[in-house]
Structures are given as C-alpha cells and as structure tokens.
Write a protein that binds this ligand. Sequence first.
Ligand SMILES: [Zn+2]
Length: 72
Amino acid sequence: MTLFDDDSYEFHEMDSKDRCFRCGYSSGSFFVLRQVKSMKMVHLCEECLLTGISDYYLDNTRPWSPKGKSRK
Ligand SMILES: [Zn+2]
C-alpha cells in the first residue's frame, strides 16, 4: 500500500488546468487545492484561493511530479 496513491489525487471532472474551477477566470496562475465537498483536486485563481478557503484547502501532500521519483 502506498501513501501516494494516484487515486487520492484525482482531479474533479469539471476541472481544467487552464481556468479557475470556481469562477472560470482563465488567465494568470492557478493554485491546486482540494475541494472539500468532492475531495477532489481543482485549480483556483488567487482570488478564489482567498475567498473560498472554507470550501477548499491546500493539500501539501500532493506529489507534484507523480511520474518523477517513486516513493516507497
Ligand atoms: Zn477564481
């Protein structure tokens, strides 16, 4: 059993890496957060990061390069 199971870091089916999941804003940089409701990962813009923090939380356990190093 691995702690860094890819299934634990599934992105929301409505998420796109090119826009904000919450407001649809489509430029700038995005932050990957976990949506509390679905427990899936989504991209949020900076404003939604600040205003929607109760619905989303930062998940620092996410492996940023899943295909990079293998963890055991
Ligand atoms: Zn937004």
